[in-house]
Design a protein around this ligand. Sequence first.
Ligand code: ATP
Ligand code: MG
Length: 456
Amino acid sequence: MSDARVLARSAELFAGHRMALHVRTDRLFAWVMLAQWAFGVGVALSLSPFAWAGRIRTTHAHVYAAFLLGGVLSSLPIVLAWRRPGATATRHIIAVAQMLWSALLIHLSGGRIETHFHVFGSLAALSLYRDYKVLGTATFAVATDHYVRGIAWPESVYGVVTPEWWRFLEHAFWVIFAVAFLVSSCRRSIEELSRICLRQAETERLSSLETEKSRALDHALTELAASQEGLQRLAALGELTASVSHELRNPLAGITNATGFLRKKLVDAASREPRIQQFLDIIDRESAACTHIVGELLDFVRERPPALLPCPLRPLVAEAMSMVPRRGAVELSNDVRDDLPVPLLDKEQFRQVLINLIQNASEAMAPGRDGRVTVRAEAGEGRPLCLVVSDNGTGMTPEVAARVFQPLFTTKPRGTGLGLSVVQTIVKRHGGRIHVDTALDRGTEFRVEVPASSGR
Ligand SMILES: Nc1ncnc2c1ncn2[C@@H]1O[C@H](COP(=O)(O)OP(=O)(O)OP(=O)(O)O)[C@@H](O)[C@H]1O
Ligand SMILES: [Mg+2]
């Protein structure tokens, strides 16, 4: 799973570890430089503290060399390790200084062969950088020193004035021998470090994925708990609505009957006092509105699986049209053919669908305009039944059209906004779907599709 993010993180970890390693080693060499300086001065003082010129005793040149040259060699690496730890130049300068320290100590010891071991010790110490290029710089520095001094001042390197011509090569061979192993060990440990970083990056990624997943799960669980609570409250509200609506139906029917009775009994009084007739009309109208609301609420909250029976369409549309209150000059046209296959429908529920759609269509007519509401149907062998209710009314804006099926959405002053929600619920219960097509000022078309199922 080495994706780009893991590789980038692994490279970042690798760079961080390598920088820390370089800084640590730079600091170590700063101490080594200081110790070498003290050691070099100590060696010079103990081996050749004084020189004699006639009767005059002077401090031997080695002491000055150890103090001054050693100071120059050590101070630059110490300053760099302190001010620019981890920089590439710092470790290469340290490598050169360290090899020159070997040269100085070899010189101070008069080219003793044992002091040459300092070269090998230094190379081993420089390999702590795990940077084979540093070993290259060190090898170059020591080889150049041996070559130049071997020609110019052989005694200071080999301890003899006329060394064999191949002494330089012999020394170089042993240095290369040691460096070859150190380079290979550097490369291996760098590879190992890069593997470890990749593993660490993968582990981090896995654990961050796990954390993300568990956070998402927690979030989903919280949302689920909240929606469950909401659902329980909605269910309770639905039950309450159903029982209140049910309880209101009988009193409303009582009011309608009583108004009818009073209307008959108050014919004379109403002729004398026109407000009696007015008030009776208000009671009739408002109780009809209440009955409509109660009916829609009941349709909306009641869970009624459709009782499918063969149901001829044309008579059903005619029945629904007869139940929609007439509005001015709106013409209702039943264009459903008689010879269509008879579908299986819940008659009562589907009549409700048609009433709501036809009523909405006839309410959509602009006042004073001739309106026409048409219901037609298309069906055929194996094709779904498609029922189309269209009008040439006001149409809808795209914003209104997008919300028409939302419960309680209405643009009418006395609308409840439940009609189309009920329609959609019933159509879905029949396994069908409903679609609206509308254009402002041109009209609206509702298409209801239910699966083909013929009772014939
Ligand atoms: N044929 C149509 N032409 C234009 N607008 C329509 C049409 N049918 C529905 N609408 C819009 O959709 C809205 C929602 O209709 P819906 O039948 O759900 O509620 P309503 O008619 O406002 O109230 P009620 O619940 O009493 O039917 C309406 O208010 C109206 O704005
Ligand atoms: Mg409506």
